[in-house]
Design a protein around this ligand. Structure first.
Ligand code: NAP
Ligand code: G4F
Length: 365
């Protein structure tokens, strides 16, 4: 049985990856940092699986800022594969806490690589680093040849991306210096019902669900014209696994070639609940109202402005498709629909629970 170490599975990618690796008969070790509130709702169900009786999902307390603990764990577990997913991954937040973001995302990766060396696992342990598409900064809309690939020049535009750039290069450096198996995966935005609540897609689908259920009045956003290549996180974790099954380490761009605006995602989400939006310019910004009721539902709030923004990127992921035979299965509209439905379900249950207690909830389920 292969052993995998995933640095954190409490959120989106880690939870899907843990499911996938357990299905493939891995012994999965996962790291969790201490929290004063429960944050394991995305993985609690795995412990209920019948398969888990014969397979293993093992928890260890740790933190990417604690070198001694990482060395101890890697030496004890002796994993065959490490998937480094832990990060302070919110771009806007990284402008507020740049030092912590660098400590966790950049130095944390270095600590983990050193832990592999201290444990003498350089030749046996494969290392996967979750890198990000926005390392490349701007692109020229009008020049298709400027689509980015693994070798394009980089220009990160936030403390988070600067930290991720370091993490990517230190992994490349350890590959060249110590002949370690280190692969970087340069990812575009991937989303799901398990996405953290303040990323734009989940913020939108949660707001749409709450507006539909009369629990919220308006949704506040900012740059509605920003374009992203959103795809389902389930498609992406399959690529993660494939990257570590290759004979040689390498870096891969993972993207889908499709790009849509935040505005599109807002429209699709409201369409899921049969609300048709119409927009209107005021003297300062735009507002969107429900065509049927004339109620304003979406507005711009400058609070969310970023000191530097990446408006648009296009990616060339032909290497991943040709070498890994990776092809996404979900479309962006399916993703949006799944997220809205899941949020409606979630808030309905929460409301039932509040109103009638656990007895009714059990009947509902
Ligand atoms: P996420 O939802 O933000 O989850 C990040 C995980 O890192 C959480 O489980 C969090 O644990 C943990 N973490 C944060 N600070 C930590 C620390 N100091 N020590 C240990 N763990 C810590 O991220 P995601 O969307 O699943 O993405 C996974 C990885 O892919 C991240 O490295 C991200 O930067 C990268 N990535 C994601 C995307 C995307 O679109 N999703 C795109 C490109 C790259 P807690 O639960 O304790 O907070
Ligand atoms: O959902 P976002 O916050 O994601 P962003 O900044 O693209 O970063 C995500 O994807 C990266 C990979 O491409 C990852 F590296 C990173 O860890 C993270 O997972 O914002 C998407 C776009 C941005 O242009 C943002 O300015 O939506 C715009 N936006 C407009 N209004 C908003 C909002 N973003 C957020 N979070 N909240 C808003 O109200």
């Amino acid at each position: 049985m292969k052993k995998a170490l995933i640095t954190w599975i409490t959120w989106q990618d880690g939870s899907y990856l843990a499911e996938l690796l357990i299905e493939k008969w891995y012994e999965v070790h996962w790291l969790k940092r201490r929290s004063s509130s429960y944050n394991t709702e995305r993985i609690d169900h795995i412990y209920e699986w019948p398969e888990i009786k014969n397979r293993k999902l093992i928890l260890h307390y740790s933190d990417m800022t604690d070198s001694a603990n990482l060395i101890k764990l890697v030496s004890e577990i002796k994993p065959d594969e490490i998937y480094n997913l832990a990060a302070q991954s919110h771009v806007w937040v990284s402008f507020e806490i740049p030092e912590y973001t660098t400590n966790c995302d950049a130095m944390g990766t270095l600590r983990l690589l050193e832990a592999i060396r201290v444990a003498w696992l350089e030749k046996t342990c494969k290392f996967y680093q979750a890198s990000t598409s926005e390392l490349f900064g701007w692109m020229d809309y009008n020049r298709p040849e400027s689509w980015y690939n693994e070798n394009s020049p980089m220009h990160p535009r936030s403390p988070y991306w600067c930290a991720k750039l370091y993490a990517m290069w230190i992994a490349r450096n350890y590959k060249e210096s110590y002949w370690m198996f280190c692969s970087n995966w340069i990812l575009f935005n991937h989303e799901s019902p398990r996405r953290w609540e303040t990323f734009v897609t989940r913020k939108i689908t949660m707001a749409v669900a709450k507006i539909k259920l009369w629990l919220q009045e308006k949704l506040y956003l900012w740059n509605l014209d920003a374009k992203r290549d959103w795809w389902h996180a389930k498609d992406y974790v399959e690529a993660m696994r494939l990257i570590l099954q290759q004979d040689k380490p390498d870096d891969y761009v993972i993207a889908t070639w499709e790009s849509n605006t935040v505005r599109d995602f807002v429209n699709w989400s409201f369409e899921e609940v049969w609300i048709k939006l119409e927009w209107k310019w005021t003297w300062i910004d735009e507002k969107w109202y429900d065509k049927a009721t004339w109620k304003y539902l979406v507005e711009v709030d400058p609070k969310y402005f970023r000191p530097a923004e990446v408006d648009f990127l296009l990616w060339d992921s032909s290497k991943a498709r040709n070498v890994l035979w990776w092809n996404p299965k979900y479309s962006v509209r399916e993703l949006c629909s799944e997220m809205v439905k899941s949020d409606i379900e979630k808030f309905r249950k929460d409301e039932l629970l509040k109103a009638h207690g656990f007895e009714i909830l059990n009947q509902y389920e």
